[in-house]
Design a protein around this ligand. Structure first.
Ligand SMILES: Cc1ncc(COP(=O)(O)O)c(C=O)c1O
Length: 456
């Protein structure tokens, strides 16, 4: 993988003309050339042709080690045989129906067995939808409107919860009382008025903010490992406080585990020894197909219950609980044992310590955060503690873009924020190979930076 590098230019000689051509064609008919902002890349993204296990192949025939796995959704990597077999079987029986299937009952039973506080589940098609329904339920159950969220945390595309997703030094306000900053142009004023932004892991300041809003708060939504906020785990004492405070004041505690559900066999918040009132989860439970789900104790899930008339929160969806997603999800989760998660922890630890040690040895001013099967590389010598420290200034973003492209040229795929995740077909060899590529890519980026500085 890292053998064909030109010593003078750093180029690996990979051709991506097919991707360039598809981008050109795409731009004519798809705004921006491809249909997901998260995979948009300058000068253009690589277009993927196929994937098997830990590898993907692009339309030009280049091979890559996939450390992104469709943004953490593919916990078994690509073309996982048990998922494919289940899907082939279901394909013959029917793709979707206007009626429930046995599969959704079986899948809900499986999930309720694994997560101790789940009495019931509702299925939908994305993490965004799952988060949206938890918020609607919290508002309906409490009769209150405000939602508190952690600064910088990403919870999907539901408007009211996008607030302060990408706040910056110019608008984020004091650290102990962050501003509610709109994300999109045209954001209604009430989105920011009804969103309370909490400083991550800052217990004293958070207590003060929550005290001031407790009578108006419907929910506090957290992610125990917020990716965009630095992929720093929540402090146990901070979580303990949030759990106790919300329970005492009749506020719904929502755990967004769309990404972090892959932290443990029993769900993410359970790994910290706590239970949420409602959990929004997605990604790995779809086995690679679109999915979202809400789970929790019956007294919260009753918000969706139609058995005694119109529910507080009507929830439907043409493809909700479609049998293909259910079949793939069951196959994916049945292949994940408690040992699979232990193995992820061990491999993740190996990856983080190898990267940290390599950065130290090579005197590269980089650091690593993460937990379990997910970790993130930061272009700063000290690991960040929260969103503000993880926030990259424009010149750092540019450097990050260079690093990501250099990694791609060496055959390693990571996220636009340099997040990486593991899949079950990965072994230490794959991790060691990734660490070598990160070293080469980082050295190239640093050399280019020094050259630029020298030229100024
Ligand atoms: C924590 C979190 N919440 C919500 C979402 C939205 O999920 P989806 O992309 O399935 O709509 C994501 C997506 O990455 C996420 O990471």
């Amino acid at each position: 993988m890292s053998t064909n590098i030109d010593r003078n230019t750093g180029s690996t000689g990979r051709s991506i003309v097919g991707s360039a051509e598809l981008f050109g064609r795409g731009q004519r008919v798809i705004t921006g050339g491809n249909a997901r902002l998260s995979v948009f890349q300058r000068p253009h993204p690589i277009y993927i042709a196929s994937g098997t296990g830990v590898n993907i192949v692009d339309v030009d025939g280049n091979n890559y080690l996939d450390f992104l796995n469709n943004f953490t959704a593919l916990i078994h990597g690509h073309s996982f045989r048990p998922v494919l077999d289940r899907l082939h079987h279901q394909l013959e029986l029917g793709i979707s129906f206007s009626g429930p299937t046995k599969l959704e009952v079986e899948f809900a039973e499986l999930l309720c067995r694994r997560v101790s506080y789940f009495d019931q589940i509702r299925f939908m098609n994305s993490g965004t939808e799952a988060v949206m329904y938890t918020i609607k339920a919290a508002r309906a159950l409490t009769g209150k409107l405000k939602i508190a969220k952690l600064e910088g945390a990403f919870h999907g595309g539901y408007g009211p919860i996008e607030v302060s997703l990408d706040s910056a030094p110019a608008n984020w306000g004091p650290r102990s009382a962050p501003n509610a900053v709109p994300y999109c142009e045209g954001t209604p004023e009430w989105y920011t008025a009804d969103t309370v932004v909490l400083p991550f892991n800052e217990l004293g300041a958070t207590r003060e903010i929550l005290e001031g809003n407790k009578d108006k708060l419907a929910a506090v939504i957290i992610d125990v490992l917020p990716q965009r906020a630095g992929l720093v785990p929540i402090d146990r004492s901070y979580l303990a406080f949030l759990r106790e405070f919300t329970a005492r004041h009749g506020i719904v505690l929502i755990s967004d585990e769309v990404m972090s559900f892959r932290l443990s066999y029993h769900g993410a918040i359970s790994r910290f020894g706590f239970e949420a009132d409602l959990c929004a989860f997605a990604k790995i439970i779809g086995g690679g197909l679109p999915i979202g789900a809400v789970g929790g104790p019956s007294q919260f899930m009753l918000a969706f219950d139609p058995t005694n008339g119109k529910p507080l929160v009507p929830q439907s969806g043409t493809f909700s609980a479609n049998p293909m997603s259910m079949a793939a999800g069951i196959a994916a989760l049945e292949s994940l044992s408690e040992q699979s998660f232990q193995r992820f922890d061990d491999l993740g630890e190996h990856a983080c310590s190898s990267l940290t040690e390599m950065f130290r040895r090579e005197r590269l001013p980089y650091s690593v955060t993460g937990m379990g099967s997910m970790f993130r590389i930061h272009l700063r010598p000290e690991a960040p503690k929260d969103y503000r420290e993880a926030h990259a200034a424009p010149e750092q973003q540019e450097k990050m873009g260079m690093l990501i492209r250099a990694l791609q040229e060496r055959g390693v795929i990571v996220s636009p924020t340099c997040q990486l995740c593991l899949s079950t077909p990965m072994f230490t060899d794959h991790i060691d190979e990734m660490v070598t590529s990160v070293r080469e890519a980082a050295q190239m980026v640093e050399a280019a930076r020094l050259e630029n500085l020298g030229g100024q």
